[in-house]
Design a protein around this ligand. Sequence first.
Ligand SMILES: [Zn+2]
Length: 199
Amino acid sequence: MTDTSRDAAALLRDFVNTLDVETGVDEIETPGRLAAWLRDNGLVASGSAGTATGDDLGLARDLREGLRAAMHDHHGPSDPSGPRFPPGLEGALTALPLRITLTGGPPRLVPLGSADVREGLARVAAATMDAVADGTWARLKVCQESTCRWAFLDTSKNRSRAWCSMRVCGNRTKTRAYRARLRAPEPADRANDQPAGEH
Ligand SMILES: [Zn+2]
């Protein structure tokens, strides 16, 4: 794996994780903070004015939640409880200044050099194609715990990692399943084991 490819997956993961679904804390909650995040992550030149508008922010959120939904789909056939693709996603992708380049190696998608926040967001969108090219795209996932949805790169051998952290979310999911079983009516095949009644 080249450095560029590693960066693509890390960039996509970090961009999705600018929103902590569990706490609602959003690193890019205002246009100013969006511009600052893009600058801090080297996606727009540090010297550029880099002012963002409310429209840019809406576009960034649609891109982020679209990526989150796509990463959820990487667990397998679409789970209806998964995050939804935002209705504005296609419009957001259309608004991003991107082009194909044939120079400097295999064909790649690159941002048009407009040196503003849209170029920075286009760089995030273009990273999806870099991740496809290096094979990391399908391993980018979000935690299956519905209150979490934290993005991670699945480096497990059989590509079956479901949660951001087994200790936190894995156990949380198991505890909930256990409680649900306790609440559920006694299964017929166990009716002989225990007398009916409350426990
Ligand atoms: Zn989690």
